[in-house]
Design a protein around this ligand. Structure first.
Ligand code: ADP
Ligand code: MG
Length: 315
């Protein structure tokens, strides 16, 4: 059996839903299909691939469904909503990837693993919920919600209304990493750690879901490191990592060492909720034994893998 290197691909939000779209099933399926067509050709070339994807808009929509449906069925906690999005998104990715592989007459298996990611219950993030999720509320709606659930944190979000904020703790370990490794060793294409994984804490010998969300790029690093992937490829909606991003003199970093990238990060070049975690994931991956991290545009997947597109980071 061939032992081609493993690549973990982290797909950004735009791989599933573009910013101007509403979020119908058909829109999401169509976006996923164009991404999986690119991935299928890599798989057909012999690459061993694990796919991690985001779930920002989808978990927001799922929370709305649970809240509005609560006069008929009880709403589920946030970690269970995360599991629902892993199932739904895993389903459309695995169906369309299978179809594309069948078209290429490839016999590689495709499987989604519902994935839990361990976080530390004393992570300072639990004291500072920073990630807005779900719908916008009026002040009255907020007051009603807080009467029933005093544990929720609902605050003003950039002048657009009130929104629920949840903690975003640092991922420590992927619970299902061994199962994923076995599948990858057997040449299956695996979809895992969707939405950054379902956040769980260890309670003695038990695992318990918590009300939080995990950054998908940082979770992808944990998975890539633990299954000894050679490359971590983070695909998003910009060409790569820029210095002075958004200014007329912005510069794309095309090839860079992780220590140089770390110096730029310390200077605060990369925005906290967006490029920051991608750069941090790349630096951690190389520090933990990875050979190469790439941050590139979704449309440049082939070039990103070959080394000719995006920001290519090595030690
Ligand atoms: P994803 O869904 O792929 O994780 P994000 O929105 O979280 O997407 O991150 C990508 C965004 O990061 C880009 O669209 C860009 O607006 C933003 N960004 C912030 N700082 C930078 C930077 N220094 N270089 C490139 N993009 C940056
Ligand atoms: Mg992001």
């Amino acid at each position: 059996m061939s032992r081609t290197p493993i690549t973990v691909l982290a797909l950004g939000g735009n791989a599933i839903l573009q910013r101007n779209q509403k979020g119908t099933f058909e829109e999401q399926y169509e976006n996923v299909r164009s991404t999986t067509a690119q991935i299928a050709s890599l798989v057909n070339d012999g690459f061993r691939i694990v796919i991690v994807h985001g779930n920002g808009p989808q978990i927001g929509a799922t929370v709305i469904r649970h809240e509005l449906g609560q006069t008929m069925v009880p709403p589920l906690p946030l970690h269970a909503c995360g599991a629902e999005t892993q199932g739904f998104l895993g389903y459309i990715i695995q169906q369309s990837l299978r179809d594309e592989l069948a078209r290429l007459e490839s016999r590689r298996a495709v499987a989604t693993i519902i994935t839990q990611v361990v976080v530390d219950k004393s992570d300072p993030a639990f004291k500072h919920p920073s990630k807005p999720i779900g719908p916008f509320y009026t002040k009255e709606q907020r007051d009603t919600l807080l009467r029933d659930r005093s544990d929720l944190v609902i605050e003003e979000d950039s002048g657009r209304g009130y929104r629920r904020f949840v903690p975003s703790p640092d991922p420590k370990a992927v619970v299902e990493d061994e199962a994923i490794r076995v599948l990858v060793d057997d040449e299956a294409v695996v979809i895992a750690c969707g939405g950054g994984g379902i956040p769980v804490i260890r309670q003695g010998t038990h695992l318990q879901g918590v009300e939080a969300v995990i950054d998908k790029d940082l979770a992808a690093e944990r998975l890539a490191t633990s299954i000894h992937a050679e490359s971590l490829v983070i695909l998003t909606d910009v060409e790569g990592v820029y210095l002075d991003y958004g200014r007329p003199d912005q510069r794309l970093l095309s090839k860079i060492s992780s220590s140089e990238l770390e110096i730029h990060a310390q200077k605060g070049y990369f925005a906290k909720g967006s490029m920051g975690p991608k750069v941090e994931a790349a630096i951690r991956f190389l520090r933990n034994g990875g050979k190469r991290a790439v941050i590139a545009n979704l449309g440049d997947l082939g070039g990103a893998i070959k080394g000719s597109a995006g920001t290519q980071v090595r030690n």
